[in-house]
Ligand binder design. Structure first.
Ligand code: URA
Length: 212
């Protein structure tokens, strides 16, 4: 089945990991995407934020959360009192998945499926090992499923500290806080948008308070 595992170098640092990820062909998403979008930040980051997958802008620029959803996230992080220099930002899936309606030029985001999410998990696991953050924030359902399993539901599990199981079962557990994806704020209508944004900030504050 799809699996990034064979592409992930052992005992690599972040730079080596990023370089290897550029050549990942662990699932078919690399074929249509412009490039791999690896995580951004340093190994000393105390908070890791995990999104879904790169969007159109991220796919072009090669950096996570540099498009419209990134704008929302950057604002919300600041409002939650989190120092961006203390964050490592990445995605559950590292290639942009999209379709072109009616063969046009526009690239419309498509949510990654469970096969693609689990194929890409070895990259996220390696990032978690190297960065070893105090707290992980799952932004939306895809990140939650990748980190907690397919039964994860944002609406039921957001905004409270959850146990992050160790991906390889070595007992090295961590703390996770789930929240909505910042693009859900953008999709919401006028009044709902304010509430959605406030909810995102309040969940991020829960994560901030957990930092030692
Ligand atoms: N949405 C995501 O989940 N990740 C990005 O990097 C950009 C948009």
């Amino acid at each position: 089945d799809y699996d990034a595992g064979p592409f992930v170098p052992e005992a690599a640092d972040l730079a080596a990991l990023r370089e290897a990820a550029a050549g990942c062909a662990g699932c078919p998403l690399f074929r249509e995407a412009t490039q791999t979008v690896f995580g951004s930040g340093t190994t000393t980051a105390r908070l890791m934020l995990v999104g879904e997958q790169p969007g159109d802008q991220e796919d072009r620029q090669g950096e996570p959360f540099v498009g419209p959803a990134g704008g929302v996230l950057t604002r919300a992080i600041a409002e939650a009192g989190i120092d961006p220099a203390q964050t490592y930002v990445t995605n559950a899936v590292k290639h942009f998945k999209f379709e072109r309606p009616a063969g046009g030029k526009r690239r419309i985001h498509k949510a990654p499926n469970l096969r693609e999410i689990s194929a890409c998990k070895p990259w996220l696991t390696s990032e978690l090992h190297l960065v070893s953050p105090e707290v992980v924030v799952a932004l939306g359902a895809t990140a939650g499923k990748s980190l907690l399993g397919s039964s994860f539901r944002v609406s039921q599990q957001r905004g409270v500290p959850l146990t992050l199981p160790s991906p390889d079962g070595n007992g090295d557990e961590g703390t996770l806080v789930a929240t909505i994806h910042p693009s859900a704020v953008l999709r919401a209508g006028d009044q709902a948008r304010k509430d959605a944004y406030a909810g995102l900030v309040s969940d991020l504050k829960v994560a901030a308070r957990l930092l030692r």
